[in-house]
Design a protein around this ligand. Structure first.
Ligand SMILES: *[C@@H]1O[C@H](CO)[C@@H](O)[C@H](O)[C@H]1NC(C)=O
Length: 197
């Protein structure tokens, strides 16, 4: 009976992947779930904020950024640089399109893109890595400033301290982007579920 055994194989595989992601071993998370690493779409300006909050990161896990190398990059930055979208002196910069960052120290880790303007468009991710015994470290003053910058998303509604915009052709439809809330939280939950399965 080919079909039942194929189904059994799929079920076994799904269980194995779940164990890998959920057990004591290290997990690799594809950033953003199914989407490529890119500026968030207007309909989901906080997609990376929600994604970063939705997963149980552990020491030893890694983050996988997938993107077209001609269009983007993945850089780890300090909390201060993250708050200011300053990518001039990253902690670690990768631009090969398949970038893996290892979460090897407890505390907050900050990532963005060094492509022009992408950080200010909300392409920024912060994850909180607990200590080996499962405790989250209290945020430093720099961490608090960085997290505050994240709550200022969506960037379409926060041009206050931005530099002159790069490619604004007078399309001021900022109101069209004000549709966050329960929908995106559900979407993030669905993405993390999909990831685990
Ligand atoms: C992350 O860890 C893997 C496996 O230990 C290693 O091959 C890789 O070079 C590390 N990546 C970085 C960016 O340090």
């Amino acid at each position: 009976m080919a079909l039942p055994s194929a189904l059994a194989a799929v079920a076994t595989l799904a269980a194995a992947v779940l164990l890998l992601a959920d057990g004591c071993g290290a997990a690799m998370y594809k950033v953003g779930g199914l989407d490529a690493w890119a500026p968030p779409p207007g309909s989901k300006p906080d997609v990376y904020v929600q994604w970063g909050k939705s997963l149980p990161f552990k020491l030893g896990d890694s983050l996988f950024f997938l993107y077209p190398p001609s269009q983007d990059s993945a850089v780890q930055v300090t909390a201060k640089a993250f708050a200011a979208c300053d990518v001039s002196d990253p902690v670690l910069a990768l631009d090969d399109g398949n970038s893996v960052f290892n979460l090897t120290t407890a505390g907050r880790a900050y990532f963005t893109s060094s492509a022009a303007g992408h950080c200010r468009k909300g392409q920024k991710l912060s994850v909180d890595v607990p200590t080996a015994d499962g405790k989250l470290l209290p945020p430093s003053a720099d961490d608090q400033a960085a997290l505050k910058a994240l709550t200022a998303l969506p960037p379409a509604a926060a041009p206050v301290e931005a530099l002159p915009t790069l490619s604004d052709n007078g399309d001021d439809s900022a109101d069209a982007h004000r549709v966050a809330g329960a929908g995106s939280v559900l979407a993030a939950a669905a993405l993390s579920l999909a990831l685990l399965l």
